[in-house]
Design a protein around this ligand. Structure first.
Ligand SMILES: [Zn+2]
Length: 148
């Protein structure tokens, strides 16, 4: 059986220290150790490389990962949160690169939360789901209908 290349667990070494802040799991006889004394250290193994981390540094590592992940997801989340008012005109470009111009007519209060749009290029009225906006690149032309 091939050895797992990525493992994570509590360090089983009697003498170990955190790779980042030098926190150690043993009592120093000399008392001149850098880093604080901790009970538990963790080991992250990646293809033979071993990273030893204390609780604090593990938390920081986790935070950095979460920040990175949320930064990657942001464009889509922003697109999903786009607020369209009645009368907003926008262009929607689909995955095939086809672009149409729409005007928001209103949101239907239905179980599915359908949104009513007027396709200004074809003149057809259409109903779309919220997911429709996430699947397209939306560019707002004007925020609101101007007061007459
Ligand atoms: Zn540490």
């Amino acid at each position: 059986m091939q050895e797992e290349k990525l493992t994570f667990g509590v360090s089983t070494h009697d003498i170990a220290s955190c790779n980042i802040c030098y926190a150690h799991n043993y009592d120093s006889k000399l008392g001149n150790e850098i880093g604080e004394r901790v009970e538990k250290l963790y080991e992250l193994k990646i293809s033979g490389q071993v990273l030893t981390l204390c609780d604090k540094c593990l938390d920081r590592f986790r935070e950095k990962l979460a920040q990175r992940i949320s930064a990657e997801e942001k464009p889509e989340a922003y697109n999903g949160q786009i607020v369209l008012f009645t009368g907003t005109e926008f262009t929607a470009t689909d995955k095939l690169g086809q672009s149409y111009r729409y005007r928001m007519i209103g949101a239907e209060v239905t179980r599915d939360g359908l949104i009513r749009l007027l396709n200004l290029d074809t003149g057809f009225l259409t109903y779309v789901e919220p997911a429709w906006f996430r699947e397209r690149k939306i560019k707002v032309i004007q925020k609101e209908a101007r007061e007459a």
